[in-house]
Ligand binder design. Structure first.
Ligand SMILES: [Zn+2]
Length: 307
């Protein structure tokens, strides 16, 4: 093979592993610094079943009680195999119809099912995470400027990870972004979210990827003063405190519940139920509560972090 062909192939390979050039990994500030935030977090929801619809309705009722400013998704946005294109009908039935009427933006993250994994569940097609990035241009409510990205809202800097597409490049990115945010003016809290837990008592607790993330992100989160990590993947609701960092699992958005558990000493609250996470943040405090489909507050001692 000629040298120039080899160089060309190498160049293509480099392009394939880099984020697309249009991907924007820092959205800057999306809401003013001097305001409190009320956010809804939901994970493992895109099943298209009655449970997804019930939890979507509960979120809408909660929004009527106390308006949300924004939402975040914790991945597995579309079961079982993700979306094929920006015109896939799942966008209408499993996203737009259920969440767009809230009138707030959702800053989404990717899960394994958005990649069409496990592959044995997806013999016909496997979804493309890039389609979920691309769809941002088409939706009033869906925001995914890149597979992983950061933004500031109120007194918080948020970091959305792509834990299914985990890589050395992404680790270097989050390390740089977190280090930059340690002394960022106007930022009181650093909140990271993504699909896989770094620690949980749920069905997936012993997965290899969770161990890898814990090993890599644990020391980084401590060094860069991360306050809270929010995730899904386990179809349950949980609050743990680990090395001084609050961990919340909010994977009760609609996919089938998994009742086998692996209880952890770090766990303060755990419940295998459909539900969502309600988080309030101001300059002095973060508080979080889990709600079920009947808007019952599930945690008797909800997470409170003060400064
Ligand atoms: Zn998952």
């Amino acid at each position: 093979m000629r040298q120039c062909d080899l160089d060309f192939r190498r160049a293509l390979l480099v392009l394939a592993v880099l984020p697309p050039l249009f991907a924007q990994t820092d959205l800057g500030r999306i809401l003013p610094q001097d305001r409190a935030l009320h956010l809804v977090a939901l994970g493992d929801f895109g099943s298209g079943n009655q449970h997804q619809s019930d939890i979507a309705k509960a979120i809408a009722r909660r929004h009527q009680q106390e308006r949300f400013d924004l939402g975040i998704t914790l991945g597995d946005n579309f079961y079982f195999c993700g979306v094929r294109s920006v015109t896939d009908s799942k966008w209408t039935t499993r996203w737009e119809n259920l969440y767009t009427p809230l009138g707030i933006p959702f800053y989404a993250s990717l899960g394994n099912h958005d990649y069409g994994r496990p592959v044995e569940l997806c013999p016909v097609y496997r979804g493309s995470p890039e389609v979920e990035v691309e769809y941002t241009k088409k939706s009033a409510s869906w925001r995914m400027p890149a597979r992983y990205y950061t933004y500031a809202a109120g007194p918080v800097r948020f970091f959305a990870l792509d834990t299914e597409g985990w890589s050395t490049a992404q680790f270097e990115w989050i390390k740089g972004a977190l280090e930059k945010a340690v002394d960022e003016p106007g930022i009181r809290w650093r909140i990271v979210y993504g699909h896989h837990p770094v620690l949980s008592s749920g069905h997936h607790a012993n997965e290899r990827r969770i161990g890898v993330l814990r090993q890599q992100l644990g020391p980084l989160f401590q060094a860069t003063k991360v306050d809270l990590y929010i995730c899904g993947h386990d179809h349950s609701l949980e609050h743990l405190v680990w090395n001084g960092i609050d961990l919340l699992v909010g994977g009760g958005g609609g996919a089938a519940l998994r009742f086998d558990t692996h209880p952890k000493a770090e766990s303060l609250f755990s419940s295998v139920k459909f539900g969502f996470l309600d988080v309030k943040i101001d300059a002095r405090q973060i508080s979080a509560q889990f709600y079920d489909g009947g808007l019952k507050e599930l945690d008797q001692h909800p997470m409170v972090r003060t400064r």
